[in-house]
Design a protein around this ligand. Sequence first.
Ligand code: GDP
Length: 457
Amino acid sequence: MSANILLNDTIVALATAQGLSAIAVIRLSGEDAIAITQKVFKGKNLLEQPSHTVHFGLLHDGAKTIDEVLVTIFKAPNSFTKENSTEISCHGSPVIVKEIIKVLLKNGARLAEPGEFTKRAFLHGRFDLAQAEAVADLINAETDNARQAALNQMRGGFSKEISILREELIHFASLIELELDFGEEDVEFAKRDDLKKLIKRIQAYLLPLIQSFDEGNVIKNGVPTVIAGKPNAGKSTLLNTLLNEEKAIVSDIPGTTRDVIEDEMVLGGINFRFIDTAGLRETQDVIEAIGVERTRDRMKKASLIIYLFDLTQTTLAEIINEEEHLASLGIPYIKVGNKVDKADASLVEELKKHDFIFISASHKTNIVELKDKILASFQVKTVKAGDVLVTNLRHYQNLLQTNDALDRVLESMYNGVTGDFLAMDIRQSLHYLGEITGTITTDDLLDNIFSKFCIGK
Ligand code: GDP
């Protein structure tokens, strides 16, 4: 959809959650937002009211009164979208919401697409793309750390600095291109030493951002954690104990936990997404085999494996053997000896030399110690106001690409390549930098980003 068509009409959507609530807010944005609202509103003439005022009245569809409402008016450009906007606060019944949206559609509004309010705000220059994406992250934040990281980014984050550095680089690109216009003449408008210094300065800014992604990603997306081990080792029991909820199936029949059940636990501001898995044994059962296959897949994708050894069923030799396989995966893991309540004391004594943690999943023994160990494997600092962290994979990839492109510019300079090649390398860096903030975008990129928003945002 092109930006022009998009911005010509007035959109409407429910801005609050679906379902019963005390109050629901319906939001309109577009040139005719206030005029359309006025058509269905009985009260003061909204068109004559100043921006940022609230008005009580009746919402009606022809002769039928739908509800008593409050209408807040925002006049362009002083609204979230920078367009004329209204927010209708009505009683929070899905029937009322439906009727109001219906009558607004009848009077010239159209239903908003997911993220369209934020997309309009971006297209009108309220904020750049990285900040628009932070709006979605803020809404989706599941921990306080994730909320703070998103808020920091929404309030500016690295956007401003990147724009400034990009402007400086554009300056050099134009000077070099000017040199090209002089063809054969031996002129050098762009001082190569200054260009080198600028590139080093940009890279010095980008590098800590790139490095912050490991932590930023953990903060935003949590840590995918697999609880693995042989059937009956106590994986489901441990998951239940950790979550304190009876969500996974627990039974004595090996292989009952056939599917992958995902759950979450916030420890120290980090969201650990626990993935309970089917046991890793050879099986003839087709459904169970699929489960085992998935477990292997999940283990490869996990950032942390909690591996349970059944202390009542396993010899020291077997445990060492299993651990070798575990270590070969190259993913951080915690070795847990379960059923310590029934374990042979000498085995426990022996395993103490191998950095095991001993628990009883069913008796809830040493669970706090296990949680500490889980947390210790992923320490993140508490995010404070103003901390700049990269939490978005798209930004991270663009930063890496920019950095590589800048490396190529430096390399070209050291190799003394001609201005036209140098200019190409710089243009490439500018392209990637511009994509982060949305100075350079395509409809596909925008659709991809905003379609992930909820409707009404
Ligand atoms: P999974 O196949 O690895 O998911 O194992 P389950 O969680 O289904 O547990 C298998 C059996 O071991 C169940 O009967 C559990 O009650 C039992 N179990 C789990 N943890 C412990 C424990 O710490 N001590 C004892 N004695 N039994 C346990």
